[in-house]
Write a protein that binds this ligand. Structure first.
Ligand code: ZN
Length: 568
């Protein structure tokens, strides 16, 4: 890649309003269409008119990655879903302050680093880069602010103290009355606990109401049947395990009997001798100096407060974070006296044959493996073209459909470009206000980001314009106006095929990738031929040669696929 190319790409991204770093009130004009935006709020289970707390500005927080291993498409689905939300809010003329954190210290990072004989922070830095790269490849706009848990310790310690002062948290003391460094949130002290997921204190505390296998639970997970999201989350795998223990913020067994109530959850965890000496921070919660680290739930409450204040507009995350993570965030922040998020948005996950996708289901779901088989645009389309609250069933067909959409769209964009002898500039595409976009598209996006209907409008415009171009008498202006519409609508979904984001991908692939593609394809053809002739020794020899060269061959229903073996 030449230096000039990358510099001009960066410059054009900065000029792109979606990439602008927000500071203070918006210089942009909020479109008239913004008044009709309606958003589904998981807390109230209703879709209602959206009005930001500060006119002209939307402040939102989305839970980011725990950087413990490589991202899979489930992570990217949530990232793309909230990227579309952000792009649409920006297109409506709002100044969007978008905060997405990096969880770079937690139990899993420590455990996996120890297993792999790595420094915990080395592992966290490595996978943070992998995540950042994956986001960039898929055209996810970088957050306005991206706080790291390890960079916000004073805020977290201050929040723990604030909760203790207000009577909503307590430090466990030892026999001598000294602080142990284990601090818990007191669930009974907060009668509103359960407000997000509509669980009553009764169902949570009474083990007798739970199925037999849950009777020894610490934070039992019970939901009311009328709560559809909860039902789905429950069925598909909530972030509590089989016995109701909080997978992401496990409580220390040795402290289980020290908690005042089994539902109490850890805000701060005392350092253990078995943990690295540099994975602990000093604090004093009123009973002497202690060393420890934050519980996962606490991190987001502290970070959202620092960057977005007492009250902010939208809190987003994957559906599996709803309970207990978001329920606990909400309890902590409100018990601290803050209004916290006014609208909660949850993206559904990716399923394969009806089951929630996760790392354990196979390597084919890793972002790297996916992008070895399809372009980043196609991957993004596959992730973005389903409504954010609908489960995305992933199969071979998903990518086939996305590839077909790519061909239809790019064929149209180049034909229309030829018809009018050139493409409208990127600036013209990115600055077209929602007031000037196709009304049917705006209506779809304004109804809780209904992307399927919005795509329907895009394809209808493409069809209509293709017909217009059949007629040589059609005025160029008409075709031009429709081309601008199509590209601008696509850009709202992050899918303008002429965005510099996709150019970057091509630069990375050519020309070495093309040369490799030609060489490997000819080898795979020779292998297919050998197999057809039942010369299996030769077929195996070819495969072994490829393996030795670092090429992984996978036989699928569509024929062999290959990728370069990644060194992890
Ligand atoms: Zn969070």
């Amino acid at each position: 890649m030449s230096e000039n190319t990358s510099l001009s790409d960066t410059a054009s991204q900065i000029a792109d309003p979606a990439y602008r770093v927000s500071e203070g009130p918006t210089p942009q004009k909020v479109s008239k269409q913004a008044a009709t935006l309606r958003v589904y709020n998981t807390e109230s289970h209703t879709t209602s008119a959206f009005h930001p707390l500060t006119p002209g500005q939307v402040r939102m927080y989305v839970c980011g990655a725990t950087v413990q291993s490589a991202p899979h498409i489930g992570h990217m689905r949530a990232a793309v879903a909230f990227d579309v939300v952000r792009r649409w809010l920006t297109r409506l003329g709002y100044d969007v302050v978008f905060v997405r954190n990096v969880t770079d210290i937690d139990d899993k990072i420590l455990a996996k680093a120890a297993q792999a004989n790595q420094r915990w922070w080395a592992r966290a830095y490595h996978y943070e880069r992998v995540f950042t790269h994956a986001y960039a490849q898929l055209g996810v706009i970088p957050p306005t602010y991206e706080p790291h848990a390890t960079g916000e310790m004073p805020e977290m310690i201050a929040l723990v103290k604030r909760l203790i002062e207000r009577g909503h948290a307590y430090e466990v003391l030892d026999a001598a009355g000294h602080g142990t460094g284990n601090v818990y949130f007191s669930v009974p002290s907060w009668p509103d606990y359960g407000a997000l997921t509509h669980q009553t204190s009764g169902t949570l505390s009474s083990n007798s109401l739970l199925p037999a296998q849950q009777t020894n639970t610490v934070a039992a997970h019970a939901v009311t049947t009328e709560d559809e999201d909860a039902r789905i989350a429950d069925e598909m795998g909530p972030s509590v395990d089989q016995v109701g223990e909080d997978k992401y913020n496990p409580s220390d067994d040795s402290d289980a009997n020290l908690k005042r109530d089994p539902r109490d959850f850890a805000l701060w965890k005392a350092a253990k001798d078995s943990e690295p000496a540099d994975a602990r921070w000093q604090a004093d919660f009123g009973h002497g100096i202690v060393w420890g680290r934050p519980g996962w739930h606490l991190e987001c409450s502290a970070m959202s407060h620092r960057y977005l204040g007492d009250d902010f507009d939208i809190h987003g995350g994957g559906l599996d974070l709803r309970f207990p993570h978001h329920e606990n965030e909400m309890a902590q922040s409100r018990a601290a006296g803050w209004g916290f998020a006014h609208t909660w948005m949850h993206s559904a996950w990716v399923t394969a044959k009806g089951e929630k996708m996760s790392k354990s289901l196979g390597n084919g779901l890793a972002v790297d493996a996916l992008l070895a088989h399809c372009s980043a645009w196609v991957a993004r389309y596959a992730l973005a073209s389903v409504h954010y609250r609908a489960m995305l069933e992933w199969s071979d067909r998903t990518l086939q459909e996305a590839t077909a959409a790519y061909e239809r769209i790019t064929r149209f964009v180049s034909a229309a470009g030829e018809y009018i002898h050139g493409q409208p500039s990127r600036e013209e595409i990115t600055t077209l206000s929602a007031d000037n976009l196709e009304h049917a598209f705006v209506d779809a996006m304004n109804e809780d980001f209904a992307v399927s209907q919005a795509l329907g409008v895009i394809f209808a415009t493409i069809r209509e314009t293709n017909q217009l171009m059949q007629n040589a008498n059609t005025e160029q202006e008409k075709v031009r106006a429709n081309l601008v519409q199509v590209r601008a609508m696509l850009d709202c979904l992050g899918l303008d095929p002429l965005s510099p984001v996709w150019k970057q991908e091509k630069t990375e692939q050519a020309p070495e990738h093309e040369a490799l593609e030609a060489l490997v394809s000819s080898q795979l053809q020779a292998r297919q031929q050998a197999r057809a002739e039942r010369n299996f020794a030769l077929a195996d020899q070819i495969r072994d040669n490829l393996t030795a060269a670092g090429i992984v061959v996978e036989d699928t229903a569509q024929g062999p696929r290959w990728s370069v073996k990644k060194v992890d």
